[in-house]
Design a protein around this ligand. Structure first.
Ligand code: HEC
Ligand code: HEC
Length: 81
């Protein structure tokens, strides 16, 4: 899913991001984590012999989710990686 960031960047410039200083380049690739939060879905699950995964749907509503942004920032502190 991270590769989605590449798509975002065809239109959006990282350097123009209002929170660029706070987020930092390392985390910037996580656009989608903040702007299109995961919606865990149990409606669709993939079960094959080798894979068992439930799909996570990105909310299709791109938007600003301050609470989620704060959580992403917290879970990616410089020490944690
Ligand atoms: C085809 C070009 C394009 C792509 C690709 C694109 N955007 Fe946008 N995005 C826009 C335009 C145009 C706006 C409206 C800008 C404005 O209102 O000033 C916008 C607005 C936004 C906003 C503001 C929404 C709001 O509620 O104010 C966010 C956040 C955003 N985009 C994030 C993303 C993310 C994350 C991705 C990748 C998943 C992405 N965009 C991909 C063109 C694009
Ligand atoms: C850590 C969470 C986080 C990440 C990662 C992140 N953003 Fe944001 N983004 C925000 C928040 C919060 C705002 C609102 C900032 C404000 O209004 O002060 C914002 C604002 C924006 C806006 C401007 C919306 C407007 O109304 O002007 C766009 C466009 C945007 N982000 C796109 C992206 C793109 C593209 C990426 C990835 C390259 C990205 N963001 C990465 C949290 C994040």
């Amino acid at each position: 899913m991270r590769t989605l960031a590449g798509k975002c960047l065809t239109c959006h410039e990282i350097t123009r991001h209002k929170m660029a200083a706070t987020i930092g380049s390392r985390m910037m690739s996580l656009c989608v984590d903040c702007h299109m939060p995961n919606q865990p879905s149990h409606a669709i699950e993939i079960n094959t012999a080798t894979t068992q995964a439930s799909l996570y749907f990105r909310s299709h509503a791109i938007g600003i989710y301050p609470g989620i942004a704060a959580r992403v920032l917290q879970s990616h502190t410089p020490q944690s990686r």
